[in-house]
Design a protein around this ligand. Sequence first.
Ligand code: HEC
Length: 130
Amino acid sequence: MKHILIPTMVLLAYPALAQDTSPQALIDLYSTEAGAAPSPQNGQALFLVTHSGGKPDTPSCTTCHTADPTKGGQARTGKPIDPLAPGVNAERFTDTKFVEKWFGRNCNSVLGRACSAQEKADIISWLKSL
Ligand code: HEC
């Protein structure tokens, strides 16, 4: 029993990312869905700007991720967040479910709605360029 329990506990303690995708594969997926090429400029603007449709305490992606996604940020609880830019954090945009979960949660907090496929492609293409 012991030899089965220990690996299970290690897996639970360190939930590995699925590593089922890559930043480029996600950009391709979302831009195909959108039917348009990604725009890093639009992604940058969306990320840096202050929005008014979401929750008052999270007006921007920069609220938690800072204006420089090559650096770490901080959640509202004060918990550190690793850099979002895949160029400095190889774990970013490698797990489809994780990416979808956080786009869903964060776009809703900041914009008060889901991000479109176009917006997701734009944001990832900007982050990938950093
Ligand atoms: C309230 C704080 C907060 C705000 C505001 C926020 N995020 Fe996040 N974001 C997080 C946290 C916490 C995580 C998950 C922990 C982690 O990945 O380090 C995360 C993770 C992500 C991920 C997952 C990336 C990956 O593959 O690991 C994406 C994408 C993301 N955020 C995009 C955005 C975008 C786009 C915005 C603005 C629309 C935004 N976030 C605003 C806190 C925030």
